[in-house]
Design a protein around this ligand. Structure first.
Ligand code: AMP
Length: 326
């Protein structure tokens, strides 16, 4: 393996983090609620490489199971008292309220590994690299920083590759760097089937296809290029889908000509709306933050309590496009 980290400015924090991990016999790895492939890939990929490097350590990955991502990995079930002597590592999660499985609070020490802009500060050690395409890129980078100490396995390579593919939308987003491509190639040297994995990640349920049809038909785009759609509970119920299954329409709608920023509002059982925001230029994470959310400059999420708040978000998006065009 010839490739080395391209991220030497983080060497100090990586050393601190890796030395800290080495000290603990029990490690529990968390990630965010409603996980995507990068959340599961970084969580389970890190578990795999720690276990392969230190077979005597007890390493667990916890959180809710996600049926659609079962091909990536399954979660461990552990009793509360395991936390008494455990280190908690949280991957891919900018804010505390989005950490899946609240029991992380029982641990004495936490580590945060994340590629989102700093939102909540938490943990004894925080390693944040907003230049990384994905949290899986960071875990791979950790391996490439300590290749003599960290053992990569075929399964870990599969998980990390899957997370990179997921968060870059197959190397489409501008977060994809030459380093992203190099490390993806490094991971592909392990004998997992990337074609099978890509196909698994590409699968949609027939009802999701129907929802995509509905979304394409009902997506509204203003003259300024602000697109939006509201998916009601009634619609989701009629299709037998839940909120977790709506993510696939987000990149789809961005393909439509002239769309510059877009929002997908999904009605929740409490009457409020989960809001996914995307942009092809204007920064939108400050708008997400204004409404209690966060995320990346061009890909963020938040909540709207009412239809009025939806309109507020749309007019803020419009303003962002105007400012960007000046
Ligand atoms: P999503 O639209 O759920 O794929 O999320 C896009 C990005 O926004 C991710 O990087 C998330 O971490 C972030 N994000 C989504 N929802 C929230 C939220 N409620 N609060 C903070 N960040 C969020």
């Amino acid at each position: 393996m010839g490739l080395k980290t391209n991220n030497p400015e983080d060497n100090q924090i990586k050393k601190k983090l890796w030395d800290f991990i080495k000290k603990w016999d029990t490690i529990i790895i968390h990630r965010h609620v409603r996980p995507d492939p990068d959340a599961i890939g970084s969580q389970c990929g890190l578990k795999e490489i720690i276990k392969a490097s230190f077979p005597e350590k007890h390493v667990y990955a916890v959180g809710a199971e996600v049926e659609d991502l079962a091909y990536l990995g399954s979660m461990d079930t552990i009793p509360e008292d395991v936390y008494d002597e455990a280190l908690v590592i949280v991957t891919d999660t900018a804010n505390i309220k989005r950490i899946d499985d609240d029991r992380f609070r029982l641990a004495k020490e936490w580590i945060k590994i994340d590629h989102h802009p700093l939102d909540d500060s938490y943990g004894e050690i925080e390693w944040i690299n907003t230049k990384a395409s994905s949290c899986c890129e960071m875990i791979t980078d950790l391996w490439l920083t300590y290749p003599e100490e960290i053992t990569m396995t075929t399964e870990a390579a599969r998980l990390l590759y899957g997370g990179i593919v997921g968060d870059t939308n197959r190397f489409l987003y501008d977060s994809t760097s030459t380093y992203t491509m190099q490390i993806a190639a490094e991971l592909m040297k392990y004998p997992f089937s990337h074609t099978e994995l890509n196909n698994q990640m590409n699968v949609i349920k027939p009802d999701t296809g129907k929802m995509m049809g509905y979304a394409l038909e009902h997506f509204e785009v203003s003259d300024l290029g602000v697109g939006h759609i509201v998916l009601t509970q009634e619609l989701l119920k009629s299709l037998g889908l839940d909120d977790n299954e709506t993510h696939s329409i987000v990149p789809l709608l961005g393909k439509i000509e002239n769309v510059r920023v877009w929002a997908v509002f999904v009605e929740q059982s409490d009457g409020g709306y989960r809001c996914r925001l995307r942009s092809k230029g204007p920064v939108i994470n400050d708008i997400a933050q204004l409404h209690g959310g966060g995320g990346h400059p061009l890909a963020s999420g938040t909540h709207a309590k009412t239809e009025d708040e939806i309109q507020e978000i749309l007019s803020e998006l419009k303003q962002a496009v105007i400012e960007y065009s000046k």
